[in-house]
Design a protein around this ligand. Structure first.
Ligand code: FMN
Length: 366
């Protein structure tokens, strides 16, 4: 038992955070036709500046890396300028914000990526599911092009440039999105990576892309401003790891050697509801990462006030990232503190509709 709970301050790398109630990354699709984040995002994120840490929605690092139909980018000046408005507004309210850097790999749909064909570690299409790349024109799954090694190096550089851009945009740090069926996870999992070169084969080689990117992010921001997002139990669109304990042990050790600020782990959601049908919860994964990683460990997925406090008090993790509860409750830390009732998230406005369902969730805090 630990005397800390969700309301205890915490040192994240070199930043003192006011609490352990973090805002989980959430794609909200409030972008213009050039994937520039809209001005209303400055209000949305700054409404939530009482979070110990805000992690931005997935922000794609280079053309061709957009997931689904719309997502903000962070690879041109217009996008950087718009993100700067957001981070300024968050900082003005005393918030701390990291950018989640992503690339969708084989999920990318050509029609929404300027006609660019999806790329992946290997030419294996997703067979099914929400994150499959289905051509709008033909209705058929798009078989991705396997990346050459020089192209892989080009993508690693794109992540580095995106980190430089995130810095210019005023973010306090960056989180590498290595979960949710994106490109990094496609490298990591044997089901989507059958390469026989230095980026495929053993786990150590399948993880090389992740490690190379993390090293670039550290080179830009410093180790104490870099985080990693994992979803070891992913089943999104055929993405699947046969041995999450083995994988997370290796990654946790590698991240510990590098001394990054945090690992953010999406657990199966079954504690809360059946938003996505995940397999049964596996409490071993967090304990296992904990055993090999000395940085801040964040859990996410179906947590509430009491379960979040218990996970911290039991020393299982250091902080909790809340997604849907933060989406619907801009003043979530205040509501938690005073045990106040919570607004319910409305899935109809998760991915669009401008200010509706974005800026208008009621506050109880002053
Ligand atoms: C609308 C919405 C958008 C999301 N977008 C992202 C995203 O961009 N990046 C990411 O890593 N996870 C994303 N997620 C997953 C959440 O961060 C989180 O893992 C999930 O909702 C479980 O947490 P919760 O039970 O607190 O909602 C999204 C979830 C929702 C509801």
């Amino acid at each position: 038992m630990n005397s800390k709970n969700l309301f205890s301050p915490i040192l994240l790398g070199d930043i003192e955070l006011k609490n352990r109630i973090f805002m989980s990354p959430m794609t909200r699709n409030r972008v213009d036709q050039n994937d520039v984040i809209m001005n209303i995002a400055a209000t949305y994120y700054s409404q939530r500046a009482d979070a110990g840490l805000i992690i931005s929605e997935a922000t794609y690092v280079t053309p061709g890396g957009k997931v689904r139909t719309s997502q903000p980018g962070i690879f041109n000046n217009e996008q950087i300028k718009a993100w700067k408005n957001v981070t300024d507004a968050v900082h003005e309210k005393g918030g701390v914000m990291f950018a989640q850097l992503s690339h969708s790999g084989r999920s990318a749909i050509p029609e929404y990526n300027g006609g660019l064909h999806p790329v992946a570690p290997s030419s294996i299409a997703f067979n099914s599911g929400s994150h499959g790349s289905i051509s709008e024109k033909s209705g058929a799954p798009v078989i991705p092009t396997a990346l050459s090694v020089p192209e892989i190096r080009g993508l690693i550089n794109a992540y580095r440039q995106a980190a430089e851009n995130a810095k210019a945009a005023g973010f306090d740090g960056v989180e590498l999105h290595a979960g949710n069926a994106g490109l990094v996870e496609q490298f990591l999992h044997a089901v989507s990576n059958i390469r026989t070169d230095e980026y495929g084969g053993s786990l150590e080689r399948r993880a090389k892309f992740l490690l190379d990117v993390i090293d670039e992010l550290i080179a830009v921001f410093g180790k104490s401003r870099v985080g990693l997002r994992l979803s070891p139990h992913d089943r999104l669109s055929d993405q699947y790891d046969a041995d999450p304990i083995y994988t997370t042990t290796f990654i946790a050790r590698e991240m510990d050697n590098r001394g990054i600020a945090y690992i953010n782990v999406l657990e199966p959601y079954n504690k809360f509801d059946d938003y996505i049908p995940y397999p049964k919860d596996d409490p071993e994964t967090l304990a296992n990462i904990r055993a090999h990683f000395n940085g801040v460990l964040i859990a996410n997925g179906g947590y509430h006030l009491s379960s979040g406090n218990i996970a911290i008090e039991d020393h299982l993790v250091d902080a909790i990232a809340f997604a849907r509860l933060f989406l619907a409750n801009p003043d979530l830390p205040y509501r938690f503190k005073h045990a106040l009732p919570l607004n319910q998230p409305d899935p109809r406005t998760f991915y669009g509709n401008g200010a509706e369902g974005y800026l208008d969730y009621p506050y109880l805090a002053d």
